[in-house]
Write a protein that binds this ligand. Structure first.
Ligand code: ZN
Length: 285
């Protein structure tokens, strides 16, 4: 009975409730787990992922799981359950407006030990904004998401549409925020099929042998794919690297959310819009 309770607690991410048992001991033998925790020094705003990141940051076989655009109760919890069942950890690049709508989910993700970075307030293409508008999009997200998490979050950022703006790059460098690109795109925004997501990721890993993988926790395709995909990564011998920041973000008092209307991009409605948009298979990286 103790074994069953222990395994169930681990699967639900409740290892803290297991008397005298370390989380890693509680994991089922076929769990993916975390093979390495990489402590990231974000001083100077280093890049991770292709093409600007250090190609040797990950060793052959190493994988980083990342989820953008959430959180949303509709899919994030399914993904969290799959991660917990494999005793593994991911990085969530959240939107400020989603965090404002679902603060308890942000806190839940933080409490489970996943890493939280940001992805702007409302997902604009930063190239289309003024310098101050872009800064407000970035900084307001950090402030609101950290408040929702009720604990320090990582100085990690990913550009919407992977579209960087040189002034934003300079700003993030000055703020010591690490900038994340990707190595492998799951293309989960383009399909409703979990099998398509799995095929894309495994093909990408076969080609590159390692990498930072981009998913979105606002898509049913990713939620559906995750249990089988994590099992497949384990079977194929891939190893998960959990990214943690050496120091947390220092939020700026002048940027409380939300940013001024003018900075909120081309009238992007909120959660339901994201999910609907995903269903319409519009590019949504
Ligand atoms: Zn995005």
């Amino acid at each position: 009975m103790q074994v069953i309770v222990t395994w169930l607690c681990a699967a639900l991410g409740l290892s803290a409730l297991i008397p005298g048992a370390a989380a890693e001991n509680a994991c089922p033998p076929n769990a993916l787990g975390v093979s390495r925790t990489a402590e990231i020094d974000t001083t100077g705003g280093p890049w991770f992922g292709s093409p600007r990141g250090d190609k040797d940051f990950l060793a052959p076989g190493e994988v980083v799981l990342t989820f953008d655009d959430g959180p949303t109760p509709r899919y994030s919890r399914t993904i969290l359950a799959a991660l917990a069942a494999h005793c593994t950890k991911a990085t969530f690049f959240m939107l400020g407006e989603m965090a404002a709508e679902h603060p308890s989910l942000v806190k839940e993700i933080a409490t489970l030990g996943h890493t939280i970075g940001t992805h702007t307030w409302s997902h604009p293409n930063l190239k289309r904004l003024s310098e101050e508008q872009a800064r407000a999009q970035i900084e307001s997200a950090f402030t609101v998401i950290e408040k929702a998490a009720e604990q320090p979050i990582a100085p990690f950022f990913r550009y919407p549409y992977l579209s960087e703006n040189e002034s934003a790059v300079a700003h993030l460098q000055s703020r010591n925020v690490a900038q994340f690109a990707i190595d492998i795109d799951s293309f989960d925004w383009r399909t409703r099929s979990p099998q398509s997501v799995i095929a894309r990721v495994m093909a990408g890993l076969e080609r590159r042998g390692r990498g930072i993988i981009l998913f979105h926790d606002i898509h049913g395709s990713t939620a559906g794919a995750m249990p089988q995909l994590l099992g497949m990564l384990k079977e194929k011998g891939f190893r998960i690297v959990h990214l943690r920041p050496k120091a947390s973000i220092q939020t700026l008092a002048e940027y409380q959310a939300p940013p001024a209307k003018a900075a909120t991009h081309e009238a992007r409605p909120r959660t339901r819009w994201s999910v609907r948009r995903a269903a319409q298979r519009v590019t949504n990286r």
